[in-house]
Design a protein around this ligand. Structure first.
Ligand code: NAD
Length: 422
């Protein structure tokens, strides 16, 4: 340690000599480590510069060197890819963008230039299987309309690549299971992009629930609604989307209730509604309300719709506190409030968790699994189970009756090990 410090001091002196040579010439003191930082165990670190009363900054991200990271091919250059995923590579530590797949050549060329992807690493769907010959590609991120996930997951696995696939995993549980089976047969990993399970605010709520900080979760309220636009988009076509609001955004409510409790529901009651004169809802539903009953006693009440102003709220009611996460399923702004008794008063605490890019966290988790040959936290089985439950939700909504699900004991039955703190 002392030796390392001396070396660092010397490096600091050499560095300072260039910038502030006159100071050195006059024998000025070495710049202290609190200002220069230090390299320890291959990481650049800075000592805390604020008092213990302040939140720590988290320090430099210490990304892996580029040539050691897992190379991703991103398939589908739609809104999610261009607005969130490609920018998130800039905040990733273990992942890098190495290839693109698109059926729109001018867009692909432009995006490749924007992100420094070489021309020979841009593929279209016809030649997709040639990714097999590109050793830079270790993982493939599928960001296509839902009905295309199965084909490209299977083709990627058969080309020898590990797969990260967007949610909803497919358009049915049978397709989802076929994806799991194909990846297993090809000896490749399959992870479903349940970003909220990697996002720090959702993980803080998870911690409070699992540690029963305020007592057990008795009731979960989950709302994910937005006002959808033009009816020409694929999200209104059953063959491409597999359903309406439920698989697209209601899935977040379902998945949150499952990952917070760690349990699988034993009963579902659902209702769905679509405005009868709106041609956009000829094939898919606008609104679904569903209630899930869990074996440990938690009840989740979930609402999703394409016909209401954006709201994405998760609330967990426990005996000791009401925990509310506003923006729970959003990409960015979140507000976590905990209301509980404080003496004679009701205290409402706002808890601020350091924000991190959830797409970068999720890709880095996949990269870590590839590098260390681990099972992803949200493997294909997690997606299959959501599809099974969504099918039961539709069944209940159609019949107007509650539907029982087979009891599955144990926690986190469909999940791999928890993601490591980044
Ligand atoms: P999008 O409509 O913006 O993009 C879809 C892309 O697929 C486009 O580039 C389009 O050209 C291409 N495509 C190829 N064949 C197509 C076809 N036959 N019909 C329509 N498009 C075709 O969609 P998006 O919002 O980027 O969604 C893509 C996937 O990502 C979906 O599975 C969606 O559920 C998922 N998604 C996830 C999140 C999240 O937060 N994790 C957010 C949005 C979307």
């Amino acid at each position: 340690m002392a030796g390392a410090n001396m070396i660092n001091r010397r490096v600091a002196l050499i560095g300072a000599a260039g910038a502030t040579g006159t100071l050195l010439a006059r024998g000025a003191a070495a710049v202290p480590e609190i200002d220069t930082g230090r390299v320890q165990n291959g990481r650049v670190e800075f000592p805390a510069w604020t008092a213990l009363t302040e939140r720590p900054s988290g320090g430099p991200p210490n990304p892996m060197p580029m040539n050691e990271r897992v190379g991703f091919a991103v398939v589908g250059l739609g809104r999610l890819t261009l607005e969130e995923i490609l920018p998130a590579f800039g905040e990733a530590k273990r992942s890098r963008l190495v290839a693109l797949v698109s059926g729109t050549p001018d867009k692909a060329a432009r995006v490749a230039a924007q992100y420094g992807v070489p021309r020979q690493a841009v593929y279209d769907y016809a030649v997709f299987d040639r990714i097999r010959d590109n050793p830079d590609i270790r993982a493939v991120y599928i960001v296509l309309p839902n009905s295309m996930h199965k084909e490209y997951t299977i083709r990627a696995a058969q080309a020898g690549k590990d797969v990260l696939c967007e949610k909803p995993m497919a358009v049915s549980s049978a397709e989802a299971q076929a994806m799991v089976d194909a990846c297993r047969a090809a000896g490749r990993k399959l992870m479903i992009a349940y970003r909220c399970q990697y996002e720090p605010y959702n993980r803080e709520v998870l911690r409070l629930v699992r540690e029963a900080t305020f007592g057990p979760a008795r009731f979960i309220d989950a709302v994910n609604v937005q006002n959808q636009g033009d009816g020409a988009q694929w999200r209104f076509k059953r063959a491409l989307a597999g359903g309406g609001a439920l698989p697209d955004i209601g899935l977040y409510c379902l998945n949150a209730a499952r990952f917070l409790t760690g349990e699988e529901p034993v009963e579902v009651i659902a209702r769905s509604f679509s405005p009868p004169n709106d041609p956009r809802y000829a094939e898919v539903e606008e609104t679904v309300n569903f209630m899930l009953r869990f074996p440990g006693g938690t009840v989740a009440n979930c609402a999703t719709s394409y016909g209401m102003h954006e709201s994405r709220l998760l609330r967990v009611h426990t005996p000791g506190a009401a925990i509310s996460l506003d923006g729970a399923f959003s990409y960015h702004d979140k507000q976590l409030r905990i209301a509980c008794r404080e003496g004679r008063a009701e205290a409402v605490e706002e808890r601020r968790v350091p924000m991190q890019n959830q797409f970068a966290l999720e890709m880095d988790h996949m990269a870590e699994c590839v590098l260390s040959n681990r099972e992803p936290h949200t493997p294909g089985e997690e997606g299959v189970q959501d599809h099974r439950i969504m099918e039961v939700i539709y069944q209940s909504a159609a019949s107007g009756q509650p539907v029982a699900l087979p009891r599955m004991d144990g926690l986190d039955r469909t999940r791999g090990p928890a993601p490591s703190a980044s």
